[in-house]
Design a protein around this ligand. Structure first.
Ligand SMILES: [Zn+2]
Length: 60
């Protein structure tokens, strides 16, 4: 890794948290990454998660 100056490392993808509408409850929530379209509450309530879960079948 090449360390240049003392600048703090940037994330691979810059994404600023912004408010989106949850696809489940349609309420505005703070999306923390580009793929996040459902608020945490709905994620907690719903069985499905992003990719893992039903499709993955992983037993944590
Ligand atoms: Zn929601």
């Amino acid at each position: 890794m090449a360390r240049s100056c003392n600048a703090k490392p940037k994330p691979e993808r810059e994404f600023e948290p912004k408010h989106r509408k949850c696809l489940m409850c349609r309420k505005a929530f703070a999306s923390t990454h580009p793929g996040e379209r459902i608020c945490r509450k709905c994620k907690g309530l719903s069985i499905w998660r992003e990719g893992d879960g039903i499709l993955g079948g992983r037993a944590a």
